[in-house]
Design a protein around this ligand. Sequence first.
Ligand SMILES: [Zn+2]
Length: 270
Amino acid sequence: MRDGELPSNEDDLPHDVRPCPVCGGAAHERIFAQRFAAVSGASLHAGYDVVVCSRCGAGFADRIPAQPAFDAYYRDMSKYEYHQRDGAESEYDRKRMEVIAAVVAPYIPSPDSRILDIGCASGSLLHLLRQRGFVSVTGMDPSPGCAQTARRLYDLRVVTATLDDLPTIGERFDFAILVGVLEHVRELSSALAAVRSALSPRGRIYVEVPDVLTFTDWSNAPFQDFSTEHINFFSPTSLANLMRVNGFVPVFSEQNARHQSFGTVMSNIS
Ligand SMILES: [Zn+2]
């Protein structure tokens, strides 16, 4: 192989070609072959191809495992319980959650709106919203450890479930929060349909994902954002397209940059 040439499509990845998770298009251009070293007992996959949809321009990871492999990974291998700090998030994460609570709060219709934080980890965002006067807060996370931690630290109710389980929990919410979730989700349309099914008729959804347009702005970004877990690479346009094709009407959109642990910066679209 010459320098700069991508490995052939028939190389080392066993998984099928993935349709565009935003528009469903089958054609795409492969721009990078991302591969990972195996970690014994902890590897989700050996890598993926970073591709761009020829139809809508969305960036995503192709030739990744089916959803059950991701479900098992987030159930068993979750790192979001912060065992190393007895469940507490870092100072940077706490500050980040305070900023997000301040962004989200004005869009929550009333103090008794039923709020669901999907992928709530240890529950700090819900805790902060409750401190701001929102009384009906529920968390959801695929990791049982996260539910235990949220209960212990903040006396929060957290349902252990994946997005696909959401319609079966039989509850309706007025405001769903997905911070740092959709970049991890393989089947975006079915995930958003599940969220929609759990929302009240005038329900709202707040989504925050890493901003692919800024990946080159921060030294950490190429390593952090093309990680084993991140499989969708959103721009403001592709996020807006995704929400629109799944029947959501925009209320507001912004691009931001927030400092986080180890002196790194994460840029987001919300
Ligand atoms: Zn597409």
